[in-house]
Design a protein around this ligand. Structure first.
Ligand code: ASP
Ligand code: MG
Length: 404
């Protein structure tokens, strides 16, 4: 097999961890696999470098920020190649530019345009291990760019596609994706496999194990991703294309997010353009809106309720209060003690009554649902934060997700 292995910050966070990582790589080589590696910076290093820049200048030039933070990955790539050499493995470190990562010029959040994998394939075919810096590339001017926080996941998937790997193995400090948060429900079960779409839904709800873009890229090119732990070499969770032959459970998991707040603008004159008039300024303020509900209008007036990240609550309230006066609306109310809970699963496509079952379970627990939204493979409700744990456990049990 040809495998791209990616090691995150905790897997290269110290000399001991780099040594353990080198052993994992050597082990895979000895199984007869061809290997290329992508590394993150040591854990905490990217933050440390950003602090240094901000200590000197509140508004450092983005080109220089990229030149600075890209060094974190260069350190770990070289150290890992040095350690592999000590174990008798031929290894060569490559910066993003050397590896052939071409990006757009947008510093600190560049997108990958192209990766040239041919020269790396030659090394791999000779049994040598290219160790490539994640998170970085080079733009058309030859300047170093970075891909946004967590970007080395995306580097790894892009490299796997470029070298035509059979799998992209992402090593981290958790051993997979669970049916729900094990800190709330101890009977949560690690999932063996999950579809790209499900992984995207889990990620959008705070399962921050993989950068979302890496999953989107994997999905576009059908690159299997194996999410696993470098601390415990058990099978992790495999993220791949939905297997249509598989018998699916009603849902795959229950996700939640406490980082939510709810705002309502009441009594807005109901006329064309009001949603645009509200959400335009909200978007311009860089506030991410999630669940939206607009009430049926009464006497020519309507209410609009939506959720935002809790951090943006005050800014959103201020903005809506200004809009309220401008638009001649009645009042603005808000609540920053709400949370969101979702049931997720491709099984919803073939089972009926899944949403109803969720509502029944919450009703039995006497939990009031404040807002509801659905997609093809997800049902989300907004509720009072204090009910989150009860709701997670009740749903996990009702949908039979526990360990067998
Ligand atoms: N080192 C970068 C970060 O901390 C990229 C990564 O680790 O994925 O965001
Ligand atoms: Mg990461």
């Amino acid at each position: 097999m040809r495998i791209v292995q990616k090691f995150g910050g905790t897997s290269v966070g110290s000399i001991e961890r780099i040594q353990a990582t080198a052993k994992i790589i050597k082990g895979e080589l000895e199984q007869g696999n061809e290997i290329a590696v992508v590394v993150s910076a040591m854990s905490g290093e990217t933050n440390r470098l950003l602090h240094l820049a901000n200590n000197i200048n509140d508004n450092p030039p983005m080109r220089e920020v990229d030149a600075l933070v890209a060094t974190g990955e260069q350190v770990t790539a070289a150290l890992l190649a040095i350690e592999l050499d000590a174990l008798g493995v031929s290894a060569y470190s490559f910066s993003g530019a050397q590896a052939g990562f071409k990006t757009e010029g947008c510093h600190t959040k560049a997108r990958i345009k192209d990766v040239q994998g041919d020269h790396l394939i030659k090394h791999m075919e000779r049994g040598e291990v290219p160790v490539v810096t994640g998170f970085q590339g080079v733009d058309a001017k030859g300047d170093v760019t970075t891909l946004g926080r967590g970007g080395s996941d995306t580097s790894a998937v892009a490299l796997a596609i470029a070298v035509k790997a059979d799998s992209c193995d992402i090593y981290t400090d958790v051993d997979g994706i669970y049916t729900t948060d094990p800190r709330i429900e101890p009977n949560a079960r690690k999932m063996d496999s999950i579809s790209y779409e499900e992984m995207l839904e889990f990620a959008s709800l705070g399962a921050k194990v993989l950068q979302t873009r890496s999953v989107e890229l994997g999905m576009r090119y059908n690159m299997p991703i194996h999410l696993r732990s470098s601390f415990d070499l058990v099978e992790g969770t495999r993220v791949s294309k939905e297997d249509s032959n598989m018998e699916r459970a009603e849902i795959s998991g229950v996700a939640h997010n406490r980082d939510e707040a709810k705002v309502t603008i009441k009594g807005i004159p109901d006329q064309p353009g009001i949603a645009a008039a509200v959400f335009g300024p909200v978007a311009a303020a860089d506030i991410n809106v999630d669940v939206i509900v607009q009430n049926i209008s009464e006497d020519g007036q309507t209410d609009l309720t939506f959720t935002v990240p809790r951090n943006d609550y005050q800014a959103t309230m201020d903005l809506l209060n200004t809009l309220c006066t401008k638009m001649n609306a009645r009042e603005v109310t808000g609540d920053n003690t709400v949370a969101k809970i979702s049931i997720i699963g491709v099984g919803m496509r073939s089972h009926t009554g899944v949403a109803k079952k969720m509502f029944d379970v919450l009703a039995q627990e006497n939990i009031n649902i404040q807002m509801i939204t659905t997609s093809e493979i997800k049902v989300t409700v907004v509720l009072e934060e204090k009910y989150i744990e009860v709701a997670v456990r009740a749903l996990h049990q009702a949908f039979n997700l526990a360990q067998d």
